[in-house]
Design a protein around this ligand. Structure first.
Ligand code: FER
Length: 333
């Protein structure tokens, strides 16, 4: 007896599954098991809507500590990107910059972009030159799947009235339009609107005086840039003496921009024995007290982190490893 009942239940389920849902002109929903009524206006489609790939959440460490890149990352890589020398004529005259184009670059794809600035008495060749060779680290990270392929640009604040503090003007007016008009980034065009629309795919960082340029880019380019990597330096601005002064200047810029804590992310780093530590640390500590920042290296929850490498000093040979540590945390939010 039990068996017969079970079979009947299965049959019933099968019939029910083959039933169809109709919306009638009178607005009522009805099931039809056998025939299509004349008054049907809409047959609910069985076809599924295409679903967008869910974005895999990035697995952040909330308290990121300094780790040097593996030794082999400093050597040449079998999947090497290209470092291209580019010339442009911007608001501060003719200049050169370098563009790192990742291995397998395809101009039909879109790439995140990092602008990375050298320090004082250095130039646009420093970061991809013999003393730093950041391209080797990038190549290995990309080859090993630790970093999505991206474009890295090393401009310069040298020449024709440029300085670290005012480079943001040239960055906005000349460097971004030149580079992103030529290389494939998330900017659909080099119009102001498209540069703004692609801000979550753009980062700016720098070392020492390049770090001074980074804090100023933060003040004046929040509308076109989301991720910031200030390395071994503090904000130089008029009337800024204490860390509180600098944090207040930053707060004012954020208030003016109208952005929220989910709209900008800062990965700052230096060494505990770096000459810039005594300048950068009080600024970061003051920023931590601002409601504009939530302190953690888990950027799914916060937007400010300061990685201090024990014992390290003011030298690109160390600082390149801060890029190795921090850059994978960019471009996920
Ligand atoms: C600092 C920011 C920039 C700093 C030094 C520099 C000592 C750069 C100096 C230079 O290039 O001469 O906080 O701290």
């Amino acid at each position: 007896m039990k068996k017969i009942l079970f079979t009947a239940a299965l049959l019933a389920c099968g019939l029910f599954a083959s039933a169809q849902l109709y919306i009638y002109k009178d607005g009522q929903l009805r099931f039809s098991m056998d025939e299509t009524p004349d008054s049907v206006v809409f047959h609910a489609p069985a076809v599924q809507e295409p679903v967008e790939e869910p974005k895999v959440p990035y697995n952040y460490d909330a308290n990121l500590q300094y780790h040097a890149a593996p030794n082999e990352y400093l050597n040449g890589c079998q999947q090497a990107g290209r470092v291209v020398t580019e010339y442009y004529n911007g608001i501060r005259g003719n200049k050169t910059l370098k563009v790192y184009v990742p291995y397998g670059y395809d101009e039909n794809k879109k790439y995140n972009i990092l602008y990375l600035m050298h320090g004082g008495s250095e130039n646009e060749n420093t970061i991809f030159g013999n003393d730093v060779m950041l391209q080797n680290i990038l190549d290995h990270m990309i080859m090993n799947g630790e970093l999505e392929p991206l474009i890295v640009v090393t401009p310069t604040f040298n020449g024709n009235g440029s300085e670290a503090q005012n480079f943001y003007e040239e960055f906005r007016a000349s460097v971004i339009p030149f580079v992103e008009g030529k290389y494939s980034t998330y900017a659909e065009s080099t119009s102001e609107a498209d540069i703004k629309a692609s801000r979550r795919h753009r980062a700016y960082g720098g070392f020492s005086m390049g770090c001074v340029s980074t804090w100023n880019v933060f003040l004046y380019c929040l509308d076109i840039c989301t991720y910031f990597m200030p390395l071994s330096g503090d904000l130089w601005c008029n009337g800024c003496n204490s860390g509180q002064d600098k944090a207040r200047t930053i707060d004012d810029a954020i208030a003016k921009s109208g952005f929220t804590t989910r709209d900008y992310f800062i990965f700052a780093a230096t060494g505990s024995d770096d000459i810039a530590y005594p300048n950068e640390n009080p600024q970061i500590q003051a920023m931590k007290n601002s409601s504009n920042f939530v302190y953690t290296s888990d950027f799914s929850k916060g937007n400010l982190y300061f990685m201090v490498a024990p014992g390290l000093t003011h030298w690109w040979g160390y600082v390149r490893h801060y890029v190795y540590d921090g850059l994978p945390y960019f471009f996920h939010e």
